[in-house]
Design a protein around this ligand. Structure first.
Ligand code: 1CP
Length: 342
C-alpha cells in the first residue's frame, strides 16, 4: 500500500488528507530542546546524523504524522559553498555577506558541496531504516532566491532589501549567484533522493517580495530548472514547491515549474485556492500557525474549514508556515483530530 503522502502527491483525491507540519521538529517540543542541549548548538545538531535523525523522529512518535521532514536547514548550502555560518542564540542565523561580483566568483563550485553535506545524507539513510512503514520521508532545500537573500544580507531581513539592491546594481553578478545556488541545489537534492528521500520540498520563503519579471526570472526559472533536472535523474520522485506569499502568482505556478504540489501560505484562502490553484494539481496547507498557540474552538473550526474546502482534489494538510516555539503540543494533537474527523 502506497504511503498516503505519496498518493496525494501523485494527484489522488483522498477522503482524509495526509498531515505533517513545517518545523514539526522544533523548540515547541520538550524532547527537541533536550536533544539540542545534548548536541550543544543548532549546527552541531544538524551535522550529527544520529541526533538529527532522533529529532526528526520525535514528532512522528508523538503525533503519528504521515510524513517526516529531514532535520537540517536551508543555510547549510551557503556554508557548503564557502560562506561562514553561525547561529546567535535568541536571534537566529548569521552568514558572511556577499557585496561584490568577486565574492560571487570566489564561492566554491557546486560539486564541492558534498564534502560538508555528507552527514545530512547519513541522517537520511538512518531515517529510511527507522521510520514507520507508512511514514513518507521528505528532503528539502531552500530555493535559490531565498538562499541568495541570506547570502547577500548575512541574515534574515524584513524586506530582503540588500538582495534587491544587489540585483539592481549588478544583475549579471546576481544571476551568477542564483546560478551557483541552482546547481548546488540540484546536486544536494539528488544526493538526498539517492540516500532515501521519497519527496523533496523547495522552500522559497521570500518569493513574495519578487514582483513582475523578477518573479519569473528568480522564483519560477530556477525552480523549473531544479525540478527538470531532478525529474530527469530521479523520475517518479515528487517535488513540493513553496513560493511563500506569491499571492496571485500561485495560479499556474505548478505548471510553470513542473512541481507536483504547491504549498500555500496562510495569506490565501483555502476556498480561493480550491478554485484557482488546486485545479492545477495537489496543494498543501494552510492553517495559520498562530492557532497552534491559541488553540480553542477556533483551531478546530479553521482546521475543518480548510480540510472541507480542499476535499474536492488532492490535498496535504499543513500549516501556512512553520510552527512557532511558543505553540502548545496539545494543540497539535487537537488539530490532527479535527482534520481526521472533518
Ligand atoms: O533550535 C533552534 O533554535 C533553531 C530553530 C530552527 C529549526 C528548528 C532553525 C533556525 N532551523 C530549523 C530547522 C529547519 N529549517 C527545518 C527542519 C525541518 C522541519 O522540522 O520543518 C527546515 C525545513 C528549515 C527551513 C528554513 N530555515 C527556512 C525555510 C522555511 C521557513 O521557515 O520560511 C528558512 C528561511 C530557514 C532559515 C532559518 N533557520 C533557522 C531560523 C530561525 C531561520 C530563519 C531566520 C530569519 O529569517 O531570520
Amino acid at each position: 500500500m502506497t504511503k498516503l503522502l505519496l498518493r496525494a502527491l501523485a494527484g489522488e483525491t483522498l477522503p482524509t488528507p495526509p498531515i505533517w507540519m513545517m518545523r514539526q521538529a522544533g523548540r515547541y517540543l520538550p524532547e527537541y530542546r533536550a536533544t539540542r542541549e545534548k548536541a550543544g548548538d543548532f549546527l552541531s545538531l544538524c551535522y550529527s546524523p544520529e541526533l538529527a535523525a532522533e529529532v526528526t523522529l520525535q514528532p512522528i512518535r508523538r503525533f503519528g504524522f504521515d510524513a517526516a521532514i529531514l532535520f537540517a536547514d536551508i543555510l547549510l548550502v551557503p556554508q557548503a559553498l564557502g560562506a561562514d555560518l553561525w547561529f546567535v542564540t535568541g536571534e537566529g542565523p548569521r552568514l558572511s555577506t556577499i557585496t561584490s561580483r568577486a565574492q560571487v566568483e570566489a564561492l566554491k563550485s557546486a560539486g564541492a558541496i558534498h564534502e560538508r553535506l555528507s552527514p545530512i545524507y547519513e541522517t537520511i539513510r538512518i531515517l529510511a531504516r527507522e521510520l514507520p512503514r507508512e511514514t513518507a520521508l521528505i528532503g528539502f532545500a531552500g530555493a535559490p532566491w531565498t538562499v541568495a537573500t541570506y547570502m547577500i544580507a548575512g541574515r534574515g531581513t524584513p524586506d530582503q532589501g540588500p538582495a534587491h539592491a544587489f540585483k539592481a546594481a549588478d544583475r549579471t553578478a546576481f544571476s551568477a549567484l542564483i546560478e551557483r545556488i541552482t546547481e548546488a541545489t540540484i546536486l544536494y537534492l539528488s544526493a538526498q533522493i539517492e540516500a532515501g528521500a521519497e519527496a523533496v520540498k523547495l522552500f522559497d520563503s521570500w518569493a513574495g517580495s519578487l514582483k513582475g519579471a523578477d518573479f519569473d526570472d528568480f522564483a519560477i526559472a530556477p525552480a523549473r530548472r531544479i525540478i527538470a533536472a531532478l525529474k530527469e535523474r530521479h523520475p517518479g520522485i515528487p517535488v513540493i514547491a513553496f513560493p511563500r506569499e506569491a499571492g496571485e502568482r500561485y495560479i499556474g505556478f505548478a505548471k510553470a515549474t513542473g512541481a507536483d504540489c504547491v504549498a500555500l501560505d496562510n495569506s490565501v484562502s483555502a476556498e480561493w485556492a480550491a478554485g484557482h490553484v488546486q485545479t492545477g494539481g495537489c496543494v498543501q496547507g494552510n492553517l495559520d500557525p498562530r492557532h497552534m498557540v491559541t488553540g480553542g474552538p477556533e483551531l478546530e473550526a479553521e482546521a475543518q474549514r480548510i480540510t472541507r474546502a480542499l476535499r474536492g482534489g488532492p490535498h496535504i494538510f499543513n500549516l501556512g508556515h512553520g510552527i512557532t516555539p511558543d505553540a502548545d503540543p496539545d494543540n497539535v494533537a487537537r488539530m490532527i483530530e479535527a482534520v481526521r474527523s472533518a
